[in-house]
Design a protein. Sequence first.
Lengths: 290, 114
Amino acid sequence: MAWCAGCTAVDTKQAACLQQAIDASHKATMGILKRANEEMLPAQIERGVAGTAFSKDDLSLLAPADVAAWDDILSGLDAYCAALGDLTSGKSSAAFTTASESFGLKIQSLVRTVNGSSVSAVANARTAIAELGGILIKYEASREARTIAKAADPSFQAVIGGLIDALGFVGRPPTPATHGLLATCEVNFQAMNAEKSDKRFKGDAIAGFDAMTPAERRAAIKDFIAWLGVEEDHKQLVGSVTSLAAALDKAAAAHAALAQGSPGPIDAAFAELRAEILTTVQICQKLQKG
Amino acid sequence: MATIGDLEDLQDGISASIQTLLRAYDQCADPVESAAILIQAKQLAAQMAQIETNMFHQQSIRAGPTVDRAFASAKGYTSQLKDMGGHLDRVSDIIATGAKLVGVVTQIVSWLVL
């Protein structure tokens, strides 16, 4: 067991907090990727019109296999965090040994599934998850969560960093890039709706309303209401992706602090993470309602 | 080799070019020119989406002189359009450069097949 003066053991609440954060982020990620595909449908139609053929694959911005690969990888991260939680929950040695081997093998099994799909989008994250599975088995004998977190931290950071990058953010704290998923959704929304936002409903008002007949006014108001709904949905998507990137960054920081083992940074990192969990859960709820 | 980084740079350029086109569209009172600008903005946005589909899949493009020339051309046009953001009255120049950019990006996305 690796131990150091001034280092602190991972407690049950921290492990549970990390598990909760990753579980919520997993759900939010899947909801956001689905919503991004839905919002991009008009752009996909435009894209299809310009092409020479159109199939089911052309209906999605993000290929279903790529989205499923991230789902599998985040399931692996869920399993790793559950194993950490199990370590700190005071279960008997025999129970932990069984759980540890089970989680380790489960992660490795997930990786085989992802490998089998021959999806290369998540190559780095996939490798990192494989390493997490191996670490759980390798360090099972130590039964010390911080030792495992320290060994697992590079892999944990690689998975989270890969996901933040895939969402279209750069740097730490994550800031929106002018490339990637978020930027693509943003420019497509702007271009596809420019006629409404810049002409018909510029400044949140109906242009030329005074000159319209009553029937035209009625139709224009209906269009205007529909537009406000579309605009609100888009703002919600952008806000959700931005909040998710921030939450993922906090989860990575909390795990890094656990790996380091210094009490002060751990307390600070987990205080921030706890605050983010509520936001992430709210994202999931909004996306489910939407 | 057109790496993921090259594709990200291309998206950065397209994104900036679309902003110039949309600002020109916002200010343009001529219906014919407005329509031309809007069509280009939509075409470029759709092409950016095509690139994103492939980037999310981490697909790069095999290198070659033709590929290199296309990326260099796209970079030149996006740079020109970015500069034109300060001269939105030059609508005909914006439309002409936008058309060239759409053309070269059409060529690039044709090499991106999942």
